[in-house]
Design a protein around this ligand. Structure first.
Ligand SMILES: [Zn+2]
Length: 428
C-alpha cells in the first residue's frame, strides 16, 4: 500500500466511522468481543478525559513538573488497561532529557506620567510564558503606537475572561503575536491590570524575567497495536504537555491539548478492539508526545524511533481540536496534495467542513523533517485567550466536537476488516 493509500485508509476509517456515529443509533453495540460506545457514551468518556486532564492534579502538565509526571502515569495506565503494548521506556527517544524552565523571578513595573509606580506580580497580574526565557525589557515614554492593547474580551463569548494581551514593542507596534523580546514582548495581563494599563498615561514599562533551566528526564508514551505488516506504521499523535502554571494560576491546557489526547485515548480503545478480532495490515502507533510546547522535543525523538524501525511512516497529529465556537476542521501543513484532497472530500462526505489551511505548527513537523507523509488536524478560529490561558481554555473545547472527529463505531470497524484492500482505492 502506498503512503497515500495507507493514510487514506486509516483516516477514511476514522472519518467514516465518525460520520456513522451521528447518523446511526445512539446506543452501544456488542458482539464478537468488540464493544463499541454509542455517541453519547463516547462523548461522555471524552468529556471525562478532558476534565481529568484539566484538574489541578496535573497543574497544566508543564515539563519537569509533578503534574507532567502524573499525566504520564495516567495515560500509561489507561493504555495498559486497554492491553495496548507500550514501547519500552529504554528506547532512546521514548525517554529523553529536556531542560525544563523554572521561573526564578519576574517583575513588571509601570510608571505613570505623574510618577506613580505600580509593581505587578507575575502569576497574579501578568504572565509571560516560561518558554520565552529570560526577558529584559524597558520601554520608556511609550506612545500609543508602541503599546498594543489587544482587547480580546469582546470576541470571547464563553467562560471568564481572565487575561488580556498587550504587546510592547520598542520601535513601533506591529500587529504580531509572536513573542520576541528582542523587539518587544507579549504579556498577558489580568483584567484589572489591563484596565490600569489602559487608564494610565505611561512613562515607562519595565519587565525583568529570569528563568532557570534544569535537565529532567521526561517520557513520550507510545502504545503499539501490531499489524500483519510491520514494515509500515500509521502514527497518531497528540501532545499531552502544557505550559503549566504561574504562581497560583494554572493553565489547564484544555483545548491545547487535552482535546487531542482525549480523542487519541478514545481512538486507541476502539482500534485495539478491532485489532483483537483481526489485525490491521500495518502497525498503528499511538504517540502521546511530551515537550511539544518546548520546541517539539518529544516528537523529534519519536520521529527518529519510527524512522529507524519502519520503512514507511505516516502521521496524523491532533492538536487543538473541537474548538467550541467552530465545528469545522483545518489542516496544518500537508506534504501530499493527493492525501489532502482525499481527506477534504472525505470530510465533506461526512458533514465536516474543511476550513482551509492553518499555520499552526506542531509535532507532525518533526516527522516531515524525515520525509514522512504527515498532517496536522486542528480547529480553526480560536484566539490567544483560548489556549495557554486559564479557565477559558478548558471551556474552549467541546467534547462533542472532539468526539465527532474521532469516534470509530462498530460497523466502521467491520467495514475496515472486510474491505481492507478495496475501499481506500475508491476514495482516490
Ligand atoms: Zn498544542
Amino acid at each position: 500500500m502506498r503512503k497515500e493509500y495507507l493514510f487514506t485508509f486509516v483516516f477514511g476509517f476514522l472519518l467514516l466511522a465518525t460520520g456513522c456515529v451521528f447518523t446511526g443509533e445512539d446506543r452501544a453495540a456488542e458482539g464478537n468481543g468488540v464493544t463499541i460506545h454509542s455517541s453519547t457514551q463516547a462523548t461522555e468518556l471524552i468529556s471525562s478525559y478532558i476534565a481529568h486532564l484539566c484538574t489541578p492534579e496535573f497543574s497544566g502538565r508543564a515539563i519537569g513538573s509533578a503534574g507532567n509526571d502524573r499525566a504520564t502515569e495516567w495515560i500509561e495506565s489507561i493504555l495498559i488497561g486497554l492491553d495496548i503494548t507500550l514501547l519500552n521506556t529504554e528506547v532512546p527517544g521514548i525517554s529523553f532529557s529536556v531542560d525544563a524552565p523554572e521561573l526564578l523571578f519576574s517583575t513588571m513595573i509601570i510608571t505613570t506620567d505623574i510618577g506613580e509606580q505600580v509593581t505587578l506580580e507575575h502569576g497574579r497580574d501578568f504572565f509571560i510564558a516560561l518558554s520565552d526565557g529570560d526577558v529584559d525589557f524597558k520601554l520608556s515614554n511609550p506612545d500609543s503606537s508602541s503599546v498594543g492593547f489587544l482587547d480580546i474580551s469582546q470576541s470571547n463569548l464563553i467562560g471568564t475572561v481572565d487575561w488580556d494581551l498587550i504587546f510592547l514593542e520598542a520601535d513601533h507596534f506591529r500587529n504580531n503575536l509572536t513573542p520576541n523580546y528582542r523587539e518587544g514582548v507579549l504579556v498577558q495581563l489580568s483584567s484589572e491590570a489591563f484596565g490600569k494599563m489602559k487608564a494610565y498615561s505611561l512613562l515607562s514599562v519595565e519587565i525583568v524575567n529570569r528563568v532557570q533551566y534544569t535537565p529532567y528526564v521526561v517520557r513520550n508514551i507510545v502504545g503499539l497495536i501490531e499489524g500483519s505488516n510491520q514494515d509500515k506504521v500509521v502514527v497518531l499523535t497528540a501532545h499531552f504537555d502544557g505550559v503549566g502554571s504561574a504562581g497560583s494560576v494554572v493553565f489547564p491546557g484544555g483545548l491545547d491539548n487535552a482535546s487531542g489526547v482525549s480523542a487519541l485515548l478514545y481512538i486507541a480503545q476502539e482500534l485495539k478492539q478491532v485489532s483483537v478480532q483481526s489485525p490491521f495490515a500495518f502497525d498503528i502507533a499511538l504517540g502521546f508526545c511530551n515537550a511539544e510546547e518546548y520546541g517539539l522535543r518529544g516528537s523529534r525523538g519519536l520521529a527518529k524511533v519510527f524512522n529507524d524501525r519502519y520503512k514507511e511512516v505516516t502521521v496524523i497529529n491532533l492538536d487543538c481540536i473541537g474548538y467550541v465556537m467552530d465545528s469545522s476542521i483545518a489542516m496544518g501543513y500537508c506534504n501530499s496534495d493527493q492525501m489532502k484532497d482525499n481527506i477534504v472530500s472525505l470530510m465533506s462526505e461526512h458533514g465536516i467542513v474543511y476550513s482551509g489551511e492553518d499555520a499552526l505548527p506542531g509535532d507532525h513537523m518533526s516527522f516531515v523533517s524525515y520525509g514522512n507523509t504527515a498532517l496536522l488536524l486542528c480547529s480553526p478560529g480560536f484566539g490567544s485567550n483560548d489556549i495557554h490561558s486559564t479557565a477559558s481554555d478548558e471551556n474552549s473545547v467541546s467534547a462533542q466536537l472532539v468526539c465527532r472527529l474521532s469516534v470509530p463505531i462498530r460497523w466502521g470497524c467491520s467495514l475496515v476488516q472486510v474491505t481492507v484492500i478495496s475501499w481506500p482505492f475508491i476514495l482516490l
